[in-house]
Write a protein that binds this ligand. Structure first.
Ligand code: PHE
Ligand code: ZN
Length: 862
């Protein structure tokens, strides 16, 4: 590991010296290499050298204004080409050659699939374009692209951004053909994309509110094309949603989506040509669970929404990544909340935030949504940038109320076609007369604020009115390398409940923006003058750890009476945390949650399926900063689950029988029923109800969709069903032609509680464990890492690290992301802490990539 890694600082930002007014690319794909000839029409904007970034390629020709350059006239190294005395107007022509056939990094122009399914696709965000050709590859250089693609006719599908303006056979070689694409919109190079493939297409149309007829096309392997209908509908829904909710219409005549099996992330918003991980676009009832299918819709929406938040208005530099990602995640969460129970949507989003972002923010990888330095920007596609970034936008939207929409209108009007900063965003939002500029601290300060507090009640016998005083204070930990934390503006949605009637008597937004503050609810008329119950942070109005001194009785009250579904769930979570982390007696919780569950099971199946949630061990562990013993935590976790299963033992049978398998429907109600049925099945097995073994088997055999089938299969696996091996084999038989379903097959086994580390290792040894497909790797390694008792063993850490080491050579982006899951190693109890540390230190000498180097160095600083 090289000891000094090159850090880049936000404060060093300088604008580019040259603009690219237009660019022509001619990309020719051959059997064992590719050539790229480019013409860059450049003009000087500022003093300075003309800097072009480029990696992993050989330069075969370069000229300026048709004068070939001599090697002495430029400086070339592994990462850039610098021309010192370029004229103010420069037509730069460059030819390069590289080998996409050997590119395993899934960045730049790379090979995906194998055999007859081979295709070549690009991934440019954040800095992949520089692996295609020399270019000022930075987001503040926007240009108009024309792209000519040429390849053997065995790749009939030739796609690039914009509109197809020409295509035909190559004159000199009838085995080859070409296509020319032109994108009229100005874009940064990270939004460039092209595809060479043999794909089927699903077509549709959409007419925008501006009366533009848009062709919609989803490209996938012929075998998968019938799994593209869910995505197509979601695309049309998203287009309409953005028109209705943000006044944004689509701006080109074509919108294309391409599905590819080898992809590091979920999907990519390239202008007019999204590239999607197959796992985020393909969906059918038989092969896709409800949860996956729903996330397909939200990812389709996410990438579509980027067209305005990211593409039309883009980022000045990569420090501003959360400007596009936080805002776009908030937009996709809002879209999703309109398509299912908003409470459950919020529960999902917050659970995810707590499990990943809170733990990131609590450890050595902590950084603010807008970092101020980095070594490798790929390491900053984190849940802090995405999910915490979205929470900040949510707070802004709630604080501004109706002015939020005017603010976003101003943002789009002012900055359309520009590359801007978080400050620009806040200034546009603040232009409506209500300033939110002080929210900048949320973007620049790391750490999860802790809000604590208590209530005080005084009752006046004479007036028969009460006064409730709420004292709140905030504290954020000091993260090394950052300024002393400041008090942040924390919007806290509050409701006051009458204890006797269960009704809400007042609702208010409390803005906690000092270290400590008091808020008074006056003139409260409650039945019998009883002290009211306060519900705070409704809908999780700010990304904080709330530690309010609620009594168990008050939490139980809220579990019964809160009308805000999120806070109803949250009161159960608060009780669970008390039990698991503070050794509280579970009796009150069990009684209260039982009641709530039984009533929700009749009225809101989806929420019922969540109300018994116990936070994931990983989330619970965020609260444990030293001497963490995964085994102990797991025993407590299982103990509580057992108590839940037992207290409802007499009811499981009846509830399960109320939920017969029926015709598949993709409605929120039907999804709720299926989710609830799977919870009940698992609980009945936990409670030791003998017949539940038969239910599981029957549910597997009669399943009409993957949610039912997989629910049954994982229940059988986790509860050691006598037929589990047979069912696994059956599952394999049915689906071995479906890569995404085989990912599930791998993942249920890797998540099996009873499986040893050696058994997980055996999954990795299999021939069909494909090191070139991140989905498969995550299916095993991700599921394994979600089980702290398995991960945090000498064998577990060793296995995990061996995967990281191997990927360091072939796919550093993925290797580094996987490594980040080990960031809480230092909280472990000895001797595991020391063992983990030594293994990580050993890794230092074995890795090459800048990505893994940066993550590992940061991780070891803990
Ligand atoms: N920008 C993509 C998104 O969030 C994510 C992505 C980042 C994909 C980097 C690939 C590489 O929609
Ligand atoms: Zn995004």
């Amino acid at each position: 590991m090289s000891s000094s890694v090159n850090k880049i600082y936000l404060k060093d930002y300088t604008p580019p010296s040259f603009a690219v007014d237009s660019v022509h690319l001619n990309i020719k794909l051959f059997e064992d290499h590719a050539t790229v000839d480019s013409v860059l029409n450049m003009s000087r904007q500022h003093q300075g050298d003309l800097v072009l970034f480029g990696q992993n390629m050989s330069l075969t020709a370069i000229s300026i204004n048709d004068q070939p350059l001599q090697p002495s006239e430029y400086q070339l190294d592994d990462t850039q080409l610098v021309i010192a005395n370029a004229p103010d107007t420069a037509v730069v022509k460059i030819s390069v050659r590289h080998q996409p056939q050997k590119n395993t990094e899934l960045e730049g122009l790379y090979i995906a699939g194998e055999g007859d399914d081979v295709m070549f696709v690009t991934q440019c965000e954040p800095e992949g374009f520089r692996k295609i050709t020399y270019y000022p590859d930075r987001p503040d250089v926007l240009s108009v692209f024309t792209t000519r693609l040429e390849a053997d006719k065995k790749f009939p599908t030739l796609l690039a951004n914009g509109d197809l303006i020409e295509s035909g056979e190559v004159a000199e070689d009838s085995s080859r053909h070409y296509a020319v694409w032109h994108d009229t919109s100005k874009k940064p190079s990270y939004l460039f994309a092209c595809v060479f493939a043999d794909l089927a297409v699903l077509e549709d149309r959409y007419t925008t509110i501006e009366d533009r007829e848009v062709k919609l096309e989803i490209y996938a392997k012929a075998h998968d094309i019938d799994k593209c209908h869910v995505a197509m509908q979601a695309l049309k829904d998203s287009m309409q949603w953005d028109e209705e909710n943000y006044g944004r219409a689509y701006d080109l005549d074509r919108y294309m989506i391409v599905a590819v099996s080898q992809f590091n992330m979920g999907a990519m918003e390239n202008k007019g040509l999204n590239i999607f991980n197959t796992s985020c676009v393909l969906s059918s009832p038989e092969t896709t669970t409800d949860a996956r299918s729903f996330s397909v819709k939200s990812i389709i929406a996410h990438e579509y929404f980027h067209n305005w938040t990211g593409n039309r208005v883009t980022c000045r530099d990569w420090f501003q990544l959360c400007l596009k990602e936080g805002l776009t995640v908030f937009r996709d969460q809002s879209f999703s909340a309109d398509h299912q129970s908003p409470a459950v949507q919020r529960i999902d989003d917050v659970s995810m935030l707590r499990a990943h972002q809170f733990s990131e923010d609590a450890g050595p990888l902590a950084h603010p949504p807008r970092p101020s330095s980095f070594v490798e920007i790929n390491n900053f596609y984190t849940s802090t940038v995405y999910e915490k970034g979205a929470e900040v936008v949510r707070m802004l939207a709630n604080t501004l109320g109706e002015k939020y929409r005017q603010g976003t209108d101003t943002y789009f009007e002012r900055y359309d076609g520009q590359a801007v900063t978080v400050e620009d965003w806040l200034s546009a939002l603040s232009a409506q007369g209500k300033s939110v500029e002080h929210f900048i601290d949320w973007y620049t300060q790391p750490g999860t604020p802790e809000v604590s507090g208590h209530q005080n009640y005084q009752y006046d016998e004479q007036t028969q009115l009460g006064k409730l005083t709420v004292s709140l204070s905030q504290k954020t930990r000091q993260v090394e390398g950052y300024d002393a934390p400041k008090a942040l503006p924390i919007p806290i949605n509050a409701a006051v409940f009458d204890k006797r009637t269960g009704a809400i008597i007042e609702e208010r937004l409390l803005m906690l923006d000092e270290d400590s503050q008091q808020f008074v609810f006056d003139n409260l008329a409650t039945v019998d003058g009883a002290e009211p119950v306060l519900s705070l942070l409704r809908d999780f109005s700010a990304p904080v750890q709330m530690r309010f001194e609620h009594s168990d009785e008050d939490l139980a009250f809220l579990l019964a009476h809160e009308t805000n579904g999120f806070n109803q769930w949250q009161s159960a979570q608060a009780l669970v945390n008390q039990i698991l982390l503070n050794q509280k007696d579970p009796a009150i919780y069990l009684e209260a949650v039982k009641k709530a569950f039984l009533s929700l099971a009749q009225t809101d199946a989806m929420l019922a399926a969540r109300i018994l949630d116990i936070p994931a061990e990983r989330e619970l562990a965020t609260a444990v900063n030293t001497n963490y013993k995964p085994e102990q935590m797991k025993q407590k976790w299982q103990g509580l689950k057992q108590q839940l299963a037992d207290i409802l033992k007499a009811q499981w049978t009846q509830i399960y029988e109320q939920l017969p398998i029926t015709q598949y429907q993709d409605t929120p109600e039907a999804r709720g029923q299926r989710a609830l049925r799977n919870v009940v099945l698992d609980m009945a097995l936990t409670a030791g109800i003998d017949e539940a073994h038969d239910w599981a088997k029957a549910q597997y055999d009669n399943a009409r969709c993957m949610t039912e089938r997989l629910g049954a299969l994982s229940a059988m696996i986790n509860h050691q069903h006598p037929d589990k091996a047979e069912m696994l084999a059956d599952f394999y038989q049915r689906f071995n032609q479906e890569a995404l379903v085989m990912d599930l097959w791998f993942s249920v086994q890797a998540s099996d509680d009873n499986a040893s580390v050696a058994e997980v290792a055996a999954l990795i040894e299999r021939k069909d464990f494909d090191w070139g497909t991140p989905n498969r790797i995550r299916a095993v390694v991700g599921s394994f890492a979600a089980q702290p008792t398995k991960l945090w063993t000498p064998q577990g850490v060793q296995l995990y690290i061996s995967v990281v080491r191997k990927l360091d050579e072939t796919n550093p982006v993925l290797a580094s992301r996987l490594l980040q899951a080990l960031s809480r190693w230092y909280t472990l109890a000895e001797p595991m802490r020391e063992q983990a540390k030594q293994q990580l230190q050993q890794l230092s000498s074995q890795i090459k990539s800048k990505n893994v180097t940066e993550s590992l160095q940061t991780l070891l600083k803990a």
